[in-house]
Design a protein. Structure first.
Length: 111
């Protein structure tokens, strides 16, 4: 989310301001899917780091590769929601914690 003052400055200079979904011409369903993957990927990276695991350590836990873990954390389109959730479970996440991730509002990055 962009600060309103910045949005007004950009629009005053002739820029068109919109969402990522609008820019990429995503349907509401596609935008929701992308947002869900971003939230799960972000939490996966956070939890792995908090547990002081390398991507290689986590890969061994889930019988995958370090490069696959890197793709999971980056929200790569080739990574399934199933793999993200199974990996969070391998890190010790409960069903309730995963539900909390899914239903949370993602914090906007500073614009």
């Amino acid at each position: 989310m962009m600060r309103e003052s910045k949005r007004k400055r950009l629009e005053a200079k002739g820029w068109r301001v919109g969402s990522t979904g609008e820019f990429l011409n995503l349907s509401p369903e596609e935008a929701a899917y992308v947002e869900l993957k971003i939230k799960l990927a972000s939490k996966l990276r956070e939890w792995r780091a908090r547990r002081r695991l390398t991507q290689g350590d986590l890969a061994r836990r889930v019988k995958s590769s370090q490069s696959r873990v890197a793709k999971m954390e980056a929200g790569d389109p080739s990574v399934s929601l199933d793999l993200l959730i199974r990996t969070l479970l391998a890190l010790g996440a409960s069903s309730r914690e995963i539900a909390r991730i899914i239903t949370s509002r993602r914090r906007a990055t500073a614009a």
